[in-house]
Design a protein. Structure first.
Ligand SMILES: Cc1cc2nc3c(=O)[nH]c(=O)nc-3n(C[C@H](O)[C@H](O)[C@H](O)COP(=O)(O)OP(=O)(O)OC[C@H]3O[C@@H](n4cnc5c(N)ncnc54)[C@H](O)[C@@H]3O)c2cc1C
Length: 266
């Protein structure tokens, strides 16, 4: 008999490289998601884990120049005059020489969204990461994903990277029409997808076994009651439940390392 958790995720480290990229195409995937395909310095780009993410550096709208902190080829300090404007994004997909980012457009209130709403072929962008890939858990028997549109690309990565015999339930914090994002995606046919539902009621109705992994991502305060149910009521550990605040209402540039539930940090 061993006390080792049923699920464990191996980590793969990557060299942190700053990549200068250019927009090669732009298209809308759902009414709120714009897919930007980037080309450029992508040699050696690797993203092996479902929750991999990138630091994306956007141009300062006043100067049009992209500033990055401290790790440009010329040494320490800002790479260009102006403010460093960066946000976290998921490598939705990548092929040799191409990287897709799927960005939610939520108005001009944030620099990333404002950039995405006007993105055009030829626009420059700088990305760094992923630093680490956390792989799909070993020992996984079922997967539950609760995501809003900002984490649709992460859900797509889970579907692609999870073994095909593992059943997946996908609860979308989004209107039903947004579910078309998943149509035809690799790994999506074995998924049960529900949109426009009461998330907590739907989550409570699901069987959670020792081999079930639950990934929650989206608006941070929305995740609190869901995480409390899983962690406090069901007593599941962090190896089985990951709740990641991808954004927080009223907060610009949320640090996703901040605990989702300040009363119960991991
Ligand atoms: C690990 C990780 C991966 C992520 N991957 C993706 C991804 O692939 N695609 C994606 O679209 N997002 C993704 N996000 C979320 C994205 O980083 C945030 O939504 C970010 O705040 C957007 O920056 P902004 O400049 O548009 O807005 P900010 O300047 O950060 O915020 C300005 C205002 O807009 C609000 N706001 C921010 N995001 C939203 C939103 N989605 N809807 C409504 N209001 C919002 C804020 O509450 C704030 O009031 C990810 C986040 C993390 C932590």
């Amino acid at each position: 008999m061993t006390d080792a958790p049923a699920l464990s995720r191996r980590h793969v480290r990557h060299e942190l490289v700053q990549r200068h990229l250019t927009v090669a195409s732009v298209r809308s995937v759902t009414p709120r998601i714009v897919r930007v395909t980037l080309t450029g310095e992508l040699d050696g780009f690797a993203a092996d884990g479902p929750t991999d993410h990138l630091k994306v550096f956007f141009p300062d709208p006043r100067t049009g120049r992209i500033a990055t902190p401290g790790f440009h080829a010329g040494g320490l300090g800002l790479s260009a005059p102006g403010a460093v404007i960066s946000r976290d994004y998921t490598p939705a997909d990548h092929r040799p020489g191409e990287l897709d980012l799927d960005l939610v457009v939520h108005g001009d209130g944030g620099p990333a969204s404002a950039w995405a709403s006007r993105a055009a072929v030829g626009d420059p962008l700088i990305v760094a990461g992923p630093k680490t890939s956390k792989l799909v858990p070993d020992g996984l028997t079922s997967l539950v994903l609760v995501v809003d549109e900002t984490a649709f690309p992460t859900a797509a990565r889970w579907l692609r990277l999870t073994p095909p015999d593992v059943p997946v339930t996908l609860l979308l914090d989004a209107p039903e029409e947004a579910a078309r994002y998943f149509d035809g995606l690799p790994g999506s046919r074995r998924a049960t997808i529900r949109a426009g539902v009461d998330l907590e009621a739907a989550l409570r109705a699901l069987p959670i076994d020792p081999g079930t992994f639950v990934f929650l991502a989206g608006e941070a305060t929305t995740l609190v009651p869901l995480r409390r149910y899983l962690r406090r009521e069901l007593g599941l550990g962090p190896e089985q439940v990951v709740a990641s605040g991808y954004w927080k209402r009223g907060v610009a540039g949320l640090d996703h390392h901040a605990p989702v539930d300040p009363d119960d940090p991991d």
